[in-house]
Ligand binder design. Sequence first.
Ligand code: KG4
Ligand code: ZN
Length: 354
Amino acid sequence: MRVLGIETSCDETGVALVESGRGVLAHALHSQVDLHEAYGGVVPELASRDHVRRLLPLTRQVLAQAGLAPTDLDAVAYTRGPGLAGALLVGASVAESLAWTLRIPALPVHHLEGHLLSPLLAEPGLGFPFVALLVSGGHTQLMRVDAVGAYSLLGDTLDDAAGEAFDKTAKLLGLGYPGGPAVARAALGGRPGQHRLPRPMAASGDLDFSFSGLKTAVATLVARVRPDAQGIADIAHAFQEAVTDVLVAKCTGALRATGLTTLVVAGGVGANRRLRERLDAACAGLGARAAYPPVELCTDNGAMIAWAGLLRLEAGGDPASDTADGAFTVLPRWPLEGLSPPGRGRAADDQPAG
Ligand code: KG4
Ligand code: ZN
């Protein structure tokens, strides 16, 4: 079974082809980082227009790379939400039209389910159940994953997401956008122990997170020390250590609380090497193991969407497109917990949070 995946929820146009038993056949990505850099964040209207420009050329490109024709496809998966409404509509329109033309199913996929299941793309043998840490620009969640579509929330952020904290810290340090990779790079030259930043809620006894206080602490520190290049590296280092400490503490807490021994890490912040190092060490100490998607599949991409669509299709089929008349909707706000396992039809709670 071959599935084309289309991701347009935010500022990356991702297109990929996956095949059961073979994994990724081809994938292509266009990042809009340059487009939004001058604004310090994503401008939704510019994002939508750029998706319009990129999507069909990228689709042709992955088909050519894989040596396939559109008629070789068995389904087209696309990100239905959560994300920017206009950006989602571009991917949904192209995917639904393509599927309708080819008379194959269109599979609307939850963006976070894509992230969540992406480590299985590299390690198909990874078994359920596991604990998943989802750390992206918009989300910081710990989930218990019992099967495709069976997710229970263990912990969530009360304010900023981890990636958002990286992005805001990068801005405060003048390191540009997107912040995560920039802060990680700067931190490499930072001297350990120069600054001590708070570890918000690390010892709160639950599995929830809070990162807005950390961002405020960085702002205060920057105003006080007015850092030069070395000072910026020192603060980036201290910040990365603080975030990592909190994430590690919560992940070990979740493994202990559930008694599970596999931790799956997904989402953009999962590309952070220091975080991976620390999680590997912490898991080893618990007799557990951590699994990650390949670094290039941590941030948004089409392969994770194609893969989630394929897993759902194989596990009993999905209700796919909403109606016989070809109408479809996107869900800019869509709680992951509301998803139902494949084959059970779409639950009433697979609906926007409002
Ligand atoms: O999953 P993703 O690509 O998009 C969302 O769905 O949000 O995650 C993007 C987030 C951004 O906040 C970015 O700064 C962060 O992931 N990120 C990183 C790294 N690479 C990306 N954060 C820390 N270290 C990295 N190496
Ligand atoms: Zn994402």
